[in-house]
Design a protein around this ligand. Structure first.
Ligand code: ZN
Length: 94
């Protein structure tokens, strides 16, 4: 059983992502919830058909340009150049 609180939070995130694409940090500050919870919610939203299709704009290394796999997580370090200067992935519901 999911709590109704988590359900409400996901509904709120889904409504925002239908308007514009956002990164986990942007969602985190918009709803005042930790990035780790936001990522967990994004995974649930992407698996549930009721919210639509989740588009993932992959994370990118800002030092060497390495493009990560389009996954719902926030990478910490570039596997190619080891830089931590990473642009977060962005998500949009279509
Ligand atoms: Zn890199």
């Amino acid at each position: 059983m999911e709590s109704s609180l988590a359900e409400t939070r996901r509904g709120k995130i889904a409504r925002m992502l239908k308007v514009t694409d956002m990164s986990p940090s942007e969602i985190s500050s918009a709803i005042g919830e930790k990035v780790s919870y936001v990522v967990d919610d994004l995974v649930h939203i992407s698996r549930s058909r009721k919210y639509g299709f989740m588009m993932v704009l992959p994370a990118r290394c800002l030092k060497c340009g390495y493009v990560f796999k389009p996954e719902i997580k926030v990478p910490k370090r570039c596997p190619r150049c080891k830089s931590t200067w990473i642009s977060e992935p962005r998500f949009k519901l279509v």
